[in-house]
Design a protein around this ligand. Structure first.
Ligand code: MN
Length: 228
């Protein structure tokens, strides 16, 4: 294939124990998937249908690289999340088959321009400027599900400059991973390489230049990311 302009680079993540990389397609993000976070954002923590927004695959930031503080904002928040990496696509995937579509897991930060997201919410506008900006998705290496299994519990933690900011447990996910895959696959034809950011526990807060974010999901991995 030849193109009339230079083609964009394929975004990708390292895979633990492999020299080959995981090619990233789309990034689906689940909103309000932990009750305590729904409450802190002023919403009903009861189980309402899941909702999703997206980031482009090119928003991935890898290898513990610095997160450049984004333009046009004064309020950038961290959201520490377990990330699902799909190895197999499909439509109308049954919950019972969903885990078979997963290649592995990673840990990621759903970085958010909270001021722009808040304004968009108020005006009934899309969230893209708040959520889908350059480098908005720092993400760790992928670990294979064949090595670690499929996490249903495990502490989700984020420290900033050594101080604990966010804490939760994968067991507290309102919408479980198979439910999210089944639901998404009714709306989109899922593709190998798609990622799902599964939502963040309570404790989201602002970062400033120089802050060091250290996040982990027990049994999956960790990420370190400095705000530059
Ligand atoms: Mn999030």
């Amino acid at each position: 294939m030849s193109y009339v302009i230079e083609a964009q680079a394929q975004p990708s993540l390292a895979v633990k124990g492999e020299s080959r990389r995981f090619p990233v397609g789309r990034i689906f993000c689940v909103g309000r998937n932990y009750a305590e976070h729904a409450k802190e954002m002023g919403h009903d923590p009861n189980r309402e249908p899941p909702f999703f927004f997206m980031k482009p695959g090119s928003a991935i930031l890898t290898g513990d690289a610095d997160f450049p503080y984004p333009s046009e904002t004064k309020d950038v928040h961290h959201e520490m999340e377990l990330v699902v990496a799909l190895g197999k696509g499909g439509r109308n995937i049954a919950e019972g088959d969903a885990l078979g579509h997963i290649y592995g897991y990673a840990v990621g930060l759903d970085m958010t321009r909270r001021d722009l997201q808040g304004e968009a919410k108020k005006l009934g506008r899309p969230w893209d400027t708040g959520k889908a900006f350059d480098h908005a998705a720092p993400c760790s290496a992928v670990v294979k599900a064949s090595e670690i299994g499929h996490p249903t519990k495990g502490k989700v933690k984020l420290e900033v400059n050594g101080k604990l900011r966010q804490e939760g447990d994968v067991s507290q996910l309102i919408w479980k991973i198979p439910e999210m895959i089944a639901y998404l696959s009714r709306l989109f034809t899922l593709q190998p390489g798609d990622l799902i950011f599964t939502g963040t526990p309570a404790g989201v807060a602002a970062v400033v230049k120089g802050d060091v974010m250290k996040g982990s999901v027990e049994g999956v991995g960790s990420i370190t990311c400095r705000v530059a």
